[in-house]
Design a protein around this ligand. Structure first.
Ligand SMILES: [Fe+2]
Ligand SMILES: [Fe+2]
Length: 401
């Protein structure tokens, strides 16, 4: 991994990190296991808090932050896609009156049956193991950091919502997408609160930390990179919510299975929209789009909640991901499958008329899924020591990772 640590780099200035911390951090980097499905993060650990410096800041990324990498003339491409987006993308939104709401899946506090329904929900939750709750909580926290994702979309040149009420197709999409997504965290949060199985205060703290730290998807204000990232992410969340639905069913909780499955189907609809945008970009600008795809894949897709923190565990995201991997909710294999799916979805192999660079990028992404799988098999082959880790989200009960 080539990471140039330049003490004048903007991230160092903005985060007030001393250059003397760099050797230790670089060292830390080389010791990290090659988890290719997780962003490479460097953590300064608990020292940040111990030194009394900005205790609201959890461990953070130190990627060099690149901005506005799309040539300004390409903004016109997105302006010219306005009408197309109205006819082809906005149709994937659901009218509010036809949308489900969290209340459709939860005990109704306005009825006499409320207490009985809560009791039943809690009885069913008793049958569900702790490790499942850790994964569901991590998924919920990820959904609850929605302000970060709306912000991320509004960093993208040419498609951002310039006013907060912009009437462009892009602005309309981003607001309505956010409004649909907002139901996901809301529903899971209320379910977990009622289940009585979790430490809500620790969870709420984790959400506050996560929104405060943002994310570093490395999309560079570039809508090519941004929409490739969201295509990947919507499919990743579709897969993981689908798997929590499947497991809930196995534990005999059909209501929870329905909750997770319903969220998964929203994610699928969003995946369809974002992959269509990128498909259109391939039509208009195949060279630029394949270069963007290869660039995003080289940088690896970091998960939206990769900066997760609960005030205690510096490796919270890795630990949560470890449980998700062990339960089969979201795995390194899923990462490879998503890359393979996108290569097929955008028919990368059939692209023609590319520049030399474009052809290189094409070869790179087409060869990527088998390469990721091989790496994954090798990692699986190495004997991993099973460990138990306490999670504050479930009152420090231990879970195997
Ligand atoms: Fe979601
Ligand atoms: Fe989503």
């Amino acid at each position: 991994m080539a990471l140039k640590l330049n003490p004048n780099a903007p991230f160092l200035r903005s985060h007030n990190l001393s250059p003397s911390a760099l050797p230790a951090m670089a060292n830390n980097l080389s010791l990290r296991s090659p988890k290719f499905f997780i962003a490479s993060t460097l953590r300064s650990g608990s020292k940040v808090v111990e030194n009394g410096r900005k205790p609201f800041m959890p461990p953070r990324e130190v990627h060099v932050q690149v901005t506005h990498s799309m040539p300004p003339q390409k903004i016109e491409i997105f302006k010219s896609m306005e009408q197309w987006a109205e006819e082809n993308i906005l149709v994937h939104l659901k009218p509010v009156e036809k949308c489900w709401q969290p209340q459709d899946f939860l005990p109704d506090p306005a009825t006499d049956e409320f207490e009985e329904q809560v009791k039943e929900l809690r009885e069913r939750a008793k049958e569900i193991p702790d490790d499942y709750f850790v994964v569901l909580i991590g998924d919920m926290i990820t959904e609850e950091a929605l302000p970060t994702y709306q912000t991320m979309l509004n960093t993208l040149d040419g498609v951002r919502d310039e006013t907060g009420a912009s009437l462009t197709s892009w602005g309309i999409w981003t607001r309505a997408w956010t409004a649909e997504e907002n139901r996901h965290g809301d529903l899971l949060n209320k379910y977990l609160y009622l289940s009585g199985r979790v430490d809500m205060k620790q969870i709420e703290k984790s959400i506050q930390y996560l929104i405060g730290s943002g994310m570093d998807p490395r999309t560079e204000n570039n809508p090519y990179l941004g929409f490739i990232y969201t295509s990947f992410q919507e499919r990743a969340t579709f897969i993981s919510h689908g798997n929590t639905a499947r497991l809930a069913k196995e534990y005999g909780d059909l209501k929870l299975a329905q909750i997770c499955g319903t969220i998964a189907s929203d994610e699928k609809r969003h995946e369809t929209a974002y992959t269509k945008i990128v498909e259109k970009l391939f039509e208009i600008d195949p060279d630029g789009t394949v270069l963007a795809f290869a660039d995003m894949m080289k940088k690896k897709i970091s998960m939206p909640a990769h900066l997760m923190y609960d005030g205690k565990d510096d490796n919270l995201f890795e630990n949560f991901s470890g449980v998700a991997q062990r339960l089969g909710v979201y795995t390194a294999k899923d990462y490879a499958d998503i890359v393979e799916f996108l290569v097929g979805r955008w028919r990368i192999e059939e692209l023609s008329g590319l520049s030399g660079e474009g052809r290189k990028a094409q070869d790179y992404v087409c060869g990527l899924p088998p390469r990721i799988r091989k790496l994954e098999e090798r990692a699986q082959g190495r004997a991993k020591e099973a460990r138990s880790i306490p999670f504050s989200w479930i009152h420090d009960r231990q879970v195997m990772i």
